[in-house]
Design a protein around this ligand. Structure first.
Ligand code: ADP
Ligand code: ZN
Length: 219
């Protein structure tokens, strides 16, 4: 049997990381790990971690590193991850998080195979996020104009009622873009210097982006 794949998806909010993680999961059978989705589930369950993260997220700010790293470290240590590999989406978002991820993976004995950098212009991101509809249950995303669900307001995949995320309003979107430029863009350099970065133009249809990712990581 082939080795489980360990991928990181990196790129600005709204670039399509979640969509690609879902498409890649079908092919690779690796575990999709979205830090944003884990936070949102903690918020919904009203846990202590959720309460802590909520204010940051709704303002479009990053949750502090120590909180995020502890949460992702716990998740990465679960058995399904070592058995099937992972597709990380939304983590690491700072150089400190990238360094911690390296330490965790060194300990676990499975290094990252590739880091896929999804690239689009800011205007595209704002347009995509401002009309985005998200499924709170399965994480699928739709768009009011560009990609409406078959039945208005209902998830095509699982039939759950779609919602707009609390951080998909203009102020938070702008803040998330600033956070990306200041804190996450340096993570791209961190991986480029290691030769595992695969840049992909993400201003195309999800299927085209997906094909280029698959070509670039050779899986
Ligand atoms: P997007 O990529 O569309 O911005 P995510 O669902 O990945 O959305 O993340 C939503 C929010 O969750 C972020 O704006 C941030 O507040 C918080 N978050 C997610 N991942 C991290 C992380 N690795 N470090 C700090 N905060 C995070
Ligand atoms: Zn759904």
């Amino acid at each position: 049997m082939s080795q489980p794949t360990k991928l990181v998806l990196i790129g600005p909010p709204g670039v399509g990381k979640g969509t690609q993680a879902m498409l890649l999961e079908t092919r690779l059978h690796a575990v999709p790990l979205s830090s944003g989705a884990i936070f949102r589930s903690e918020i919904e369950q009203g846990t202590e971690l959720g309460l802590l993260a909520k204010d940051y997220i709704e303002k479009g700010q990053l949750v502090p590193d120590d909180v995020t790293i502890a949460m992702m470290s716990r998740r990465l240590r679960q058995d399904d991850v070592s058995q099937n590999g992972f597709i990380l989406d939304g983590f690491p978002r700072t150089v400190k998080q990238a360094e911690s991820l390296d330490t965790i993976l060194l300990e676990l004995g499975f290094p990252i195979d590739a880091v896929v950098q999804l690239i689009v212009e800011d205007e595209v991101v704002v347009e995509r996020l401002a009309g985005r509809l998200t499924c709170p249950k399965c994480g699928a995303t739709f768009h009011l104009k560009n990609c409406p669900p078959k039945v208005e307001g209902i998830c095509d995949r699982c039939g759950t009622e779609l919602m707009m995320r609390a951080d998909d309003h203009p102020d938070a979107i702008r803040r998330r873009l600033v956070e990306f430029r200041e804190k996450t863009a340096p993570v791209v350099g961190y991986y480029a210097s290691r030769g595992i970065l695969r840049p992909v133009d993400a201003d195309r249809s999800p299927e085209e982006v997906y094909s280029e990712i698959v070509r670039g990581i050779r899986v």
